[in-house]
Design a protein around this ligand. Structure first.
Ligand SMILES: [Cu+2]
Length: 124
């Protein structure tokens, strides 16, 4: 985390630190924005669904819907961070450093990715 901050240009770290709201539901994952500034980002993830969900951040150049799937779960290649469980009606935060690039946000509970709980995110 700290290494990535040090490696980023000063202008970028100075303007980073934004919050990104994300809503989980059956069967979708909807970030408030598709593009964020690289650097420190806080995801504020709210579960509006009727069942528990999770929130996974992968660094990937693949299409958000094009991750390889095995046994009902997407392969978590490029895993960067995760909120393992968010109860129905609950909300959790995750602060991490995003380097510039393409990311896939998903819920990877059994079958949820294939049901449509994913979204693309780009950091620049
Ligand atoms: Cu889910």
């Amino acid at each position: 985390m700290r290494l990535a901050l040090v490696a980023a240009p000063p202008a970028e770290t100075a303007t980073s630190g934004g919050a990104v709201s994300v809503v989980l539901d059956e069967w979708k994952l909807v970030p408030a924005q598709a593009v964020v500034r690289a650097g420190r980002v806080t995801f504020v993830v709210r579960n509006d669904g009727s069942m528990a969900h999770e929130f996974v951040v992968l660094r990937s150049d693949r299409r958000a819907g094009g991750l390889p799937v095995k046994g009902g779960r997407a392969l978590e290649v490029g895993l960067r961070a995760e909120i393992p469980g968010i109860a129905s009606g609950g909300s959790k935060r995750l602060t991490m450093t995003l380097r510039p690039g393409k990311y896939v946000l998903l819920c990877n509970l059994l079958g949820h990715y294939q049901a449509g709980q994913f979204a693309a995110l780009r950091a620049r």
